[in-house]
Design a protein around this ligand. Structure first.
Ligand SMILES: C[S@@+](CC[C@H](N)C(=O)[O-])C[C@H]1O[C@@H](n2cnc3c(N)ncnc32)[C@H](O)[C@@H]1O
Length: 198
């Protein structure tokens, strides 16, 4: 069975268009089979993105970790004009993101990476809707090791549903980060994790 995080070259393509508006910006994203939330923009991703923007006046660089078809990173690039790197383990997702960058006239860098394997830079922000279905170890690797790819005073922003192991995740992360719940909506929580200054 194919998952949204596996590379399945035999899976037939069926492109669809997802429209999104933020303030004066209009976006059109191409999505496909074998991609996370292929038929509509995910509620958690939208909440994460919009909460992030409301809470950050200016942003100069960001990593969109597990970018899918590119929704979060592309919108951030257009809204802030910031430098955006995006990565995903799924080559179809990376291919779609390249198309979506071009179609939305964005300026982002996208590449394949298994978690942080191909990440060489450090960022002021890492933003992530983690792949719960890929399992706890992948999710915790993404969240716990973000600190190694953040600049001083950098922040990790992520979304998690309460019933997706939020409590135990926060318990583990609180050893390394100052955590703040920025907003709760339905059962989704948006968390800001700042590196603890020693
Ligand atoms: C919940 S989806 C979010 C996608 C996108 N950010 C969005 O908001 O629509 C998580 C993404 O993580 C990717 N992913 C899963 N395992 C990964 C891994 N080991 N390394 C990098 N990305 C991974 C999946 O392919 C998927 O695109």
């Amino acid at each position: 069975m194919s998952h949204y995080f596996t590379n399945d070259e035999n899976l037939k393509s069926e492109f669809r268009k997802l429209e999104y508006k933020y303030q004066d910006f209009s976006f059109c994203f191409i999505s496909d089979n074998g991609i996370f939330s292929k038929d509509k923009i995910d509620y958690g991703s939208k909440l994460l993105l919009e909460t992030f923007i409301k809470n950050n006046k200016s942003v100069s660089n960001v990593l969109d970790l597990g970018c899918g078809y590119g929704f979060i990173g592309i919108v951030l690039n257009k809204v802030y004009g910031c430098k955006v790197d995006m990565c995903d383990i799924n080559s179809r997702a990376v291919h779609l993101t390249k198309m979506n960058i071009k179609n939305n006239k964005a300026d982002c860098n996208v590449f394949e990476s298994n978690i942080y394997e191909n990440i060489v830079n450090k960022y002021d922000y890492i933003i992530c809707n983690p792949p719960i279905r890929a399992g706890k170890s992948v999710v915790m690797d993404m969240l716990e090791n973000a600190k190694n790819y953040l600049n001083k005073n950098g922040e990790l922003w992520f979304v998690m549903k309460k019933d997706h192991g939020l409590k135990s995740t926060l318990k583990t992360l609180e050893k390394q980060y100052h955590l703040e719940v920025i907003i709760k909506s339905k059962t989704f929580y948006i968390i800001r994790a700042k590196i603890v200054d020693l």
